[in-house]
Design a protein around this ligand. Structure first.
Ligand SMILES: [Zn+2]
Length: 361
């Protein structure tokens, strides 16, 4: 008798793939790679800065039509959480919900295909660094030329809500250089703190032009000066800006540089994280949602997230990404669980989708 999703999840959870544990990550990567190879997929382990990634495709290509993605790294946990608790319909353990269930489901999809693997055009991509930002995982792979027409990434979304957007983050530093002087003779210096302060007030006023669902802009740091009686010759501030889509980012960038220029500020991007913005009407997305709704026997709703997944890297490359997942709770907590039936439903959705849209005629 072949194994079930639960059996595979149990095996996967036993690997203590805490992000950064390269040894355990490589063991797990090898285990998954062996599985894919045994089913006839072209399989590679690609490493970036010591982080393994597994890429398996049914065709000899870096760009399969459909890509099933999952991250296999997890956050730290007590030893006992690396043993799956399957006593009821809540499958509990570290990584059960975030997100090894997806890999277990992909294993079952491969086993249940009606034709040999080479009759399809799809791939599986597993990464091991999502919890620390994905730079040596999905981002590196996509920059390296791996791609697809559509990606399925079940790493977020409450009870099958499909996530169509997640904000990106831009941390920008503003620096004003001035000229020291005795504070009793302010006209002989250039007060960088006062100038930066005016500039910041103008920037904070820009918030009124945006809905908070499109943009938030928050002053998080402001430092200046050395002595109480000295006109400060330097002042620095950091703004934490979260934006809904690329258009919003371009708009705020332009507004910010206008204010910076006016006040003679220097700007420096400390971090720029892409947003996720999926067109819910995209043909491939609709095709998947149709199948998913049939499997569940109900409508799938749309959701927005303030957190982020590696889906943003796909969207940044213009690749639609389907982010939805079964019912579950407690990611990163001791009570992490995923619904057993939900995982089986995911297998069913992906299988039907592949049988319909990934067949090579
Ligand atoms: Zn995750």
């Amino acid at each position: 008798m072949s194994k079930t999703e639960v059996d595979y999840l149990e095996e996967l959870i036993a690997f203590k793939t805490v992000t950064g544990d390269r040894n355990e990550s490589k063991k797990c990567a090898q285990y998954c790679a062996n599985f894919f190879k045994s089913l006839g997929l072209r399989t590679q382990i690609v490493e970036y800065s010591g982080y393994p990634n597994v890429v398996a495709t049914t065709q000899d290509t870096k760009k399969p039509k459909i890509l099933l993605q999952a991250h296999m790294d997890v956050v730290p946990a007590k030893d006992e959480l690396f043993k799956l608790d399957k006593t009821n319909d809540k499958l509990s353990g570290r990584g059960a919900f975030d997100m090894k269930f997806a890999c277990a489901s992909y294993f079952r999809v491969l086993e249940r295909l009606s034709k040999p693997a080479n009759k399809y055009d799809f791939g599986i991509m597993l990464s091991f660094d999502e919890e620390i930002g994905g730079t040596n995982g999905v981002k590196a792979l996509l920059d390296d030329g791996y791609s697809c027409k559509i990606c399925i990434l079940p790493d977020s979304g409450k009870d099958w809500h499909i996530e169509t957007s997640a904000k990106g983050a831009w941390f920008v530093e503003l620096v004003k250089k001035g000229k020291n002087a005795h504070a009793s003779e302010p006209h002989t210096g250039i007060n960088s703190a006062e100038i930066l302060n005016s500039a910041l007030n103008e920037l904070l006023e820009l918030r009124q032009k945006y809905d908070t669902s499109d943009l938030t802009l928050t002053l998080t740091k402001f430092t200046s000066g050395e002595a109480m009686n000295q006109v400060p010759d330097h002042a620095e501030a950091i703004l934490d800006i979260r934006y809904r889509n690329k258009e919003t980012l371009s708009k705020i960038e332009a507004q910010l540089s206008e204010v910076a220029e006016k006040h003679g500020l220097h700007t420096d991007t400390k971090m720029l994280g892409a947003c996720m913005d999926v067109d819910r009407r995209d043909k491939s997305v609709c095709e998947f949602v149709d199948i998913a709704q049939r499997v569940l026997g109900r409508e799938i709703e749309e959701g927005h997230s303030s957190g982020s997944t590696d889906g943003r890297y796909f969207c940044d490359k213009g690749i639609p990404c389907i982010v939805l997942q079964p019912n579950g709770e407690g990611r990163h907590s001791d009570n992490e669980w995923v619904d057993r039936k939900g995982v089986e439903d995911l297998t069913e959705m992906i299988l039907q989708y592949i049988e319909k849209y990934a067949i090579i005629d």
